[in-house]
Ligand binder design. Structure first.
Ligand SMILES: [Mn+2]
Length: 418
């Protein structure tokens, strides 16, 4: 008997059309493999979708995929992740569950002594007992686990699987995703397999009382940093598990997504000009055609503004040579000469004014209206305009020009050129 474990698919995360295609292709490939290798069931412990109610394009795709798996008579067992979680069952997960394409495994009961008990559901074909808890929004998970009646679950006999969504502090994982982690001891002991979601890299470890604690990782990407990891050689895919009365084997199945190039530049103790030059040179050395190109600049410039590091030439060059997507990360870039000083204030209004007045002195412009008190006023007006929400029933193609025209008006610029 065998089952598949995949998680953190984050359907709907990608904004770029070409990457949306890859996102879908990868998911389709995995489900096709599940069908062709005749798995008995599929586990998805959370973040199947990037948000609880994704756009219709994503929902349509998901329904067509799950329909195929349903027709192949393969049950899918899920818990919510932190991304597709909804406290009032207002998630596309619930639609899929309602039509019977997937099954939510959490059957929890709260008791008077404030404990929570879980019941296992039994997979009809294999007899495997399956239960688990959803990932909740930040910090809430721990509370549930602390109230969980573990004894009752530990007393269950047979082949048992626990689905969870969250970080486990006992596991050696990549530190970039720390945050909320809980000790393994909050999970019930003695299960045959712990199907984890939330951590985006494959990880398989066993502990005393806790065999086979496994994260399948994201099959493609659910954060921008995932693409960077992919570019640096991180393998992506899903997990296939063979079992009888115990787990016989846990196999990571790699699914290829796309090819990458990464251009990294260290900006420490340098000027923007030399960075721009290095970027251009490194760009010439790569063949970007049909690849995701990641440009990463970090470090502290000796002078100038971080905006002086100009990616536009490099981007144009890469696009002319048919790069699929160019992703720029300048988050780690700062400047000795110009850095935003934090400011305090009694309210949002005051903090904004103080941030502008603390920092505007660092700027050198030929336009007096961009400096001193006049500049602060202008900046505040602009900030408030850019923060205007979409009106009820306003369409995106109405909202964007409205905000743009108003912003250009505040700056005293004419829009005719665009
Ligand atoms: Mn995730």
């Amino acid at each position: 008997m065998k089952f598949a474990h995949l998680s953190d698919v984050h359907l709907g995360f990608q904004k770029h059309e070409s990457l949306q295609k890859i996102e879908q292709q990868v998911f389709e490939k995995i489900l096709n493999q599940c069908i062709s290798s005749k798995v008995d069931f599929i586990l998805i412990p959370g973040d199947l979708f990037h948000v609880n109610i994704p756009e219709m394009r994503v929902q349509k795709f998901a329904f067509s995929m799950f329909r195929k798996v349903y027709d192949a008579k393969i049950p899918i067992y899920v818990v919510y992740g932190s991304h597709d979680f909804s406290p009032v069952s207002n998630s596309v997960i619930d639609l899929l569950a309602e039509v019977g394409y997937i099954t939510k495994v959490t059957q929890a009961k709260s008791h008077e002594d404030s404990t929570i008990s879980l019941e296992c559901l039994i997979d009809p074909k294999t007899g495997a007992k399956i239960t688990g808890l959803s990932g909740l929004k930040v910090g809430k998970d721990r509370e549930w686990y602390e109230k969980l009646d573990r004894d009752n679950l530990e007393a269950e006999s047979g082949f048992k699987i626990f689905l969870f969504h969250g970080g486990i502090s006992d596991m050696k994982t990549d530190s970039s995703m720390d945050g909320d982690q809980m000790p393994l001891s909050l999970l019930p002991k003695g299960f045959s397999y712990y199907a984890g979601g939330h951590m985006h890299k494959f990880n398989h470890q066993s502990f005393d009382g806790y065999a086979n604690v496994v994260y399948s990782g994201t099959p493609f990407a659910g954060y921008h940093a995932d693409l960077e990891d992919n570019a640096n050689g991180q393998k992506r895919g899903f997990v296939l598990v063979e079992f009888e009365d115990t787990v016989k084997s846990v196999e990571f199945v790699e699914i290829e997504n796309i090819t990458y190039e990464i251009i990294e530049v260290d900006a420490n103790n340098r000027k923007a000009e030399s960075i721009n030059q290095e970027l251009l040179e490194k760009t010439k050395d790569i063949d970007p055609a049909e690849k995701v190109v990641i440009i990463k600049v970090k470090g502290e410039l000796t002078s100038g503004k971080t905006a002086d590091v100009d990616i536009s030439l490099v981007r144009d060059n890469l696009n002319e040579r048919n790069a699929m997507v160019v992703n720029v990360s300048k988050n780690g870039l700062t400047s000795k000469e110009y850095s935003i000083t934090k400011a305090k204030g009694a309210n949002k209004e005051e903090i904004e004014t103080n941030v502008f007045s603390e920092n505007i002195g660092q700027l050198r412009f030929d336009y007096p209206e961009l400096l001193s008190d006049e500049g602060i006023k202008l900046a505040k007006k602009l900030l408030s305009e850019l923060g205007q929400p979409v009106l009820i029933n306003e369409k995106k193609n109405e909202y964007i020009p409205r905000i743009r025209d108003n912003a250009l008006g505040i700056l005293g610029l004419d829009d005719d050129a665009s």
